[in-house]
Design a protein around this ligand. Structure first.
Ligand SMILES: Cc1cc2nc3c(=O)[nH]c(=O)nc-3n(C[C@H](O)[C@H](O)[C@H](O)COP(=O)(O)OP(=O)(O)OC[C@H]3O[C@@H](n4cnc5c(N)ncnc54)[C@H](O)[C@@H]3O)c2cc1C
Length: 455
């Protein structure tokens, strides 16, 4: 049996032996068949079962619940959406963009509420997010984020240097921003808790069962066929492996490290007293949290996109990226200098061609989907699950009118253009920060790429 504990520090530290549930071994008929037992698939099953207990729902997972990004992520349950509110407003109008942001804020709370209602202790702590500015150009970006927040009433606070340092005592802090709209969680405790919660509500979950084809009215799996009038695709970073979907999403890896538990003296100096999640205004995304057992769990992008949208276990680990994460941590917190890293891991997230997450259903075929969250899926999947439940039950709610519903992203270019394009973007972002540090001026290539991505 696969060693599922090695998937991530989170999967290694759940109170659960991770034994797979029985695989599908016969043909079955259900009302709704869901592919993928990550947060998207499980929240969808959860809200469907809660709203209509009589409906027969099956979830099919190629490994075990939480095997994908849902059991590996940084644990920011945030109101962040992959597209900025101003760009959503440009496309859909101000009211629609603000409504989506409100729904995201509510989703942060809903994850906490539902977890508590189901007795899932996932270390949920809503302490907000602090994003540091550590140079003049980063401070300028903090001001721009604040200006967008003021325009759309997003609730971001602009912090002076002392206020920012009081939240997080990293080196070189000249200011920052703070939002209360984020909870720190232990990702795998949420994923595994959801798996138990949906089964208690009568959802059938088949593990170690791979879907090899997904058609209107039917899933073909390694263990049998599932007939269902509604089929939901919730496969995120793995989507490109399904027939006909090779160019739907580009899987990109995010990698993480976790320290051993750190002593009180470290936290007295560094802060995060409210368990704020944290980042800074550099271009190449980094993200961190103080865990319930006082470790720093810290991650970032920088791993390459792999030709042909390939996903392989060996891509979860990249010595160069781990060394860079370690270097950035030591730069932020010199006291960490030689504190050993206890665990390192990674996983695929998913980027649609227009960086726009979407949720929807095609009524004619009964095919539904949700995904394309880039790196902001923890709370967004909850919104997706509630929205899919409303769409499937044909309920006319506020959620089904949000602007991401039934959005269709264009396909990615065929290879080698996809490989060139995605890696050029990653290269532009990783090269931009050192240039800014050297010159003290905003990076031109990062600005160019941001324009190209419309993001
Ligand atoms: C390292 C890392 C850090 C991240 N940090 C954050 C963060 O801090 N905050 C945040 O908001 N987001 C973060 N994200 C993104 C977030 O984790 C994801 O957006 C979210 O978990 C997506 O959930 P999902 O259910 O859609 O996909 P997944 O969790 O990937 O689930 C998809 C599931 O489908 C299964 N599957 C795929 N294909 C098949 C098939 N053919 N047959 C059967 N089963 C199949 C997979 O095994 C998998 O279990 C991070 C992601 C990574 C990788």
């Amino acid at each position: 049996m696969a060693d599922y504990r090695s998937v991530s520090h989170w999967m290694a530290t759940v109170d659960d032996d991770l034994t797979p549930l029985p695989a599908l071994d016969t043909d079955i008929d259900v009302d709704v068949a869901i592919v993928g037992a990550g947060y998207t698939g499980m929240w969808t099953a959860y809200y469907l079962a809660a709203a209509d207990p009589g409906r027969r729902v099956a979830v099919v997972e190629q490994e075990i619940a939480g095997f994908g990004a849902s059991g590996r992520n940084g644990g920011w349950c945030s109101a962040l959406f992959p597209q900025s509110t101003s760009s959503l407003a440009g496309r859909h109008g101000r009211d629609a963009a603000v409504a989506l942001h409100r729904a995201m804020r509510a989703s942060v709370d809903e994850v906490g509420r539902a977890a508590a209602a189901e007795g899932i202790d996932c270390d949920y702590r809503k302490g907000g997010t602090v994003v540091l500015a550590r140079s003049a150009v980063q401070l300028e970006r903090a001001r721009e984020a604040y200006a967008e927040s003021e325009e759309f009433d997003l609730g971001l606070q602009l912090l002076g240097a002392d206020e920012a340092r009081a939240r997080l005592g990293a080196t070189g802090v000249v200011g920052g921003t703070y939002t209360p709209d984020c909870a720190r969680i232990h990702p795998a405790k949420l994923a595994r808790g959801l798996s138990a919660a949906i089964r208690r509500r009568g959802v059938a979950l088949y593990e170690r069962t791979r879907v090899t084809d997904l058609r209107p009215g039917e899933l073909v799996t390694t263990g049998g066929r599932i007939k269902a009038p509604i089929v939901v695709r919730a496969t995120e970073g793995y989507t490109a492996r399904l027939p006909g979907l090779r160019r739907a999403m580009a899987p990109v890896y995010s990698l993480m490290v976790a320290t051993e538990p750190l002593p009180d003296e470290f936290w007295d100096e560094v802060g995060l007293a409210g368990r704020e999640t944290f980042s800074d205004f550099r271009h190449l995304i980094i993200y961190g949290q103080r865990t319930a057992d006082n470790r720093l769990a810290f991650g970032g992008r920088g791993a390459p996109y792999h030709f042909g949208s390939k996903i392989r276990p060996e891509f979860d680990r990249d010595a160069r990226v781990f060394a860079e994460l370690r270097r950035v941590l030591a730069d932020l917190f010199p006291r960490l200098g030689d504190v050993p890293v206890a665990a390192s891991w990674g996983g695929p997230l998913s980027i649609p061609r227009d960086w726009t997450a979407s949720v929807g259903i095609d009524r004619a075929s009964g095919l539904a989907w949700a995904g394309g969250y880039v790196g902001d899926g923890v709370a967004t999947t909850n919104l997706a699950g509630r929205t899919l439940a409303d769409l499937i039950l044909e309920r006319d709610t506020e959620l089904v009118g949000l602007p991401w519903v039934n959005h269709r992203s264009p396909r990615w270019e065929p290879e080698p253009l996809r490989w060139l394009g995605v890696n050029a973007g990653l290269w532009a972002m990783s090269g931009a920060d050192p240039v800014e540090t050297r010159t003290g001026r905003p990076s031109r290539r990062a600005a160019l790429f941001n324009r190209f991505l419309g993001h």
